[in-house]
Design a protein around this ligand. Sequence first.
Ligand code: AMP
Ligand code: MG
Length: 422
Amino acid sequence: MTTSLFELAPTLGEQDALSVAQAQAFIAQSITAITETETLPLKQLSGRVLAADIISPINVPAHDNSAMDGYALHATDLNAGSLRVVGTAFAGKRFSGTVGRGECVRIMTGAVMPQACDTVVPQELTRDNTEHSVSIPAGVVLAGANRRLAGEDLALGKAALHKGKLLTPADLGLLASLGIGEAPVQRKLRVAHFSTGDELRSIGEPLAEGCIYDSNRYTLHGMLSRLGCEVIDMGVVKDDPASLEAALRQACEQADAIITSGGVSAGDADYMKQLLASLGEVLFWKIDMRPGRPMAFGKLTANGHSAMLFGLPGNPVAVMVTFYFFARAALRQMMGATPLPQLIARVRSAQPIRKKPGRTEYQRGIITLDAEGLQSVRITGSQGSGILSSMSEANCMVLLQHAQGDVQAGELVDVMLFEGLL
Ligand code: AMP
Ligand code: MG
C-alpha cells in the first residue's frame, strides 16, 4: 500500500465522532480513479464516463444558416420596401446565385445563407408575397436577425466534451452532430456487496422466528445499477469471522470497491475491527448524522488486489442514506467522473420539523403542489431508520444541516429530489 489512510487523517482517531462534511472530505481525498478504458459505440455511452477530451473535427453548424422560414437579404435592404425574389434556398440545397441590392432569396429553416445575405425576415412578417417579389415593412427585424452562425454550437478544434464527463443523452446527440460514432470511456467500476447478519434470510427461504428477509441486498443492487456499476452480488454472509474473512478476500480480488451492510454498530465493531485490521486499514466512524451514525471506511488488500471498503450500517434506511451521501460520490470519483455539485433546492416546509443542532439529518420528504400552485414539502410518516416504506413513499430527501435547529412551518428547507429529468 502506498499511502496510509491513517496518515492522511492524522486528526481522526478511530473512535472520533465526525461531521458529515468531514467524513465526505476525508473519503474524497482517499480515492483514486481507475485508469482502464474501453471504446464503445454511441448507443452504449449513456451514463458512462468520458476518458478523453473530444475535439470537434468540424464546425456545427458547418455554415451560417437560417433559423426561420422567410426571406434572406442584406441588412441594408431592410428598409428598401419591396424586394425582388431571385431564388429559393432549401435545407440541404443551397441557393448558389448572387443576391444584389434590392433582391432577396426565399429561404427555409436550416438552409445555408446565400452569399452576401446576413439577415432573415420571417415569412409571417412579410407582405404582398408573390413568386417574384415581397414587401418588408420597415423595422420588423434587426440586422443579422434569424441567422445561425457557423460554429456557434461547436467550434472546429475546440473541446466539445471534456474527460470526466458523465455522458447524458444530450452528449450522445452532440457526438452524433460531430459525426463521431464511438468514444473512449472508463471501464465500468466493479462493486461487490454483501449483507451481514445471522438473522437474514434470502428470498425463497422460510422465515424462522426472529428472522427477516435481506432487503439491503436489493436496494444496494438497485442503487449500484443506477450508478452504472458492474454489480457483484455476494448474497448474505453469516456473522462469523471465517465466513466474513473469506467473503472480504474474494471481494478484494474481484472488485474495485466493496460495500457491506450491517455489523459496524457498537456491539459488532470490535469483532469486525480485528478482522478488517488484518486485511488492511479501516476507520470506524461515528458520524454526527441521522440516520446512519456508524460507518466504516477503508482499503483492504488480499492476494495483491486492493479494494475500497464502505461498511454501511444495517438498518435499511441508513444503508440508503449512507450510500447516497458517502458511497455514491466516492464511487463516481473512482469511475473517473468529474465531481458534480449536489443539486439542492429550497422548498417551503408544510409543517414544523424538530431538529437538534450538531448533526445532519436526512428526513424522507414528499414534495407536492399546494393550493397556490407552489411547491411545499412534508415529511413521510415514520422516520425510523428501519422504515423502508418511508423511502419508497418519498420523492425527496430533506437535508437538515449540521448547525440547523427546529424548522417552523413555512420555512425554506434544503431538499434533494430523487428524480431528475435525465
Ligand atoms: P446491524 O448494524 O447489523 O446491527 O443491523 C441493524 C439493524 O438492521 C438490525 O435490526 C438488522 O436486523 C437490520 N438489518 C441488517 N442487515 C439487514 C439487511 N440486509 N436487510 C434488512 N435488514 C437488515
Ligand atoms: Mg447485524
